[in-house]
Ligand binder design. Sequence first.
Ligand code: UTP
Length: 289
Amino acid sequence: MKINKVVIPVAGWGTRSLPATKNLPKEILPVFKKPAIQYIVEEAKAAGLDNVIFITNKNKNILEDHFDYNLSLEWVLERTGKMELLQEVRKVSELANIISIRQKRQLGLGHAVLCAKEVVRDDPFAVILGDDLLFSSVPGIKQLIEVAETENMAVVGVMPVEKSQVSRYGIINAEEIGPHIYRVRELQEKPKVEEAASNLAIIGRYVLTPEIFYHLEKIFDPNQMGELELTEGLRRLAKDNKLLAVRLHGMRFDVGHWVDYLIANIYFALQDEELRDDIINRLRELIPC
Ligand code: UTP
């Protein structure tokens, strides 16, 4: 199994982030100096995934534009001698080949993935959610690809969460078969705390086989009003004994969660030598002891 395509769903409404996302995609919200989506595409690139498939909607062209050249801006930067900025701006345009597919109705993550079927075709592929940031010495998605390629199987990324948080996630019921590797027996979508089989939550990283399309198509009803959950398709892979999970290491921030989003900004700002002391002092002013 060789993986070189990544599907990045970015078509959601981002209702948790309103009113910021009334006219602005959640995935373009800046996390310190870069839009969230840039970290995601950089992670894909670092894992050798050069072909990026955005599942997008008609209000989200700004996301594709971010990865295209902005020749007028480049001209201004060149003319004013701001060569470092020029290089940085150009580098983003050269990061990846972007293919965009419209999800015309936001019918959930399962449906968003299904939209990629005609482009992905018969190849296994990676999925990274456009609002789920993960920072680690080995890129999050690469941690999954390594296992998927050796085991020849679909793999989901999981991380332990506080027991009280399980109802926000898809939770796995699984047996550990190697260090940080699990065979998934069953999945629960947003279970109640007392019913959760574990505290291992599926976070926004997957390596999937084209079989997932078969399952999603089988469940999908074009007249449905509710969401087509990806978990439903994964559950069927698990039932056929064809799904593994890898416990990811790294620091994770959900851009759609305000506390995570703000902490992500502070985390990056604190790594900037020039700003660090100033930020710490300003934070101290905000929280007088
Ligand atoms: P989320 O559930 O976090 O995003 O989906 P959302 O639906 O935009 O946000 P809320 O819950 O209303 O605040 C995770 C990722 O999947 C994409 C989103 O854009 C996000 O990056 N997504 C979600 C789609 O592409 N299509 C969908 O139908 C749903």
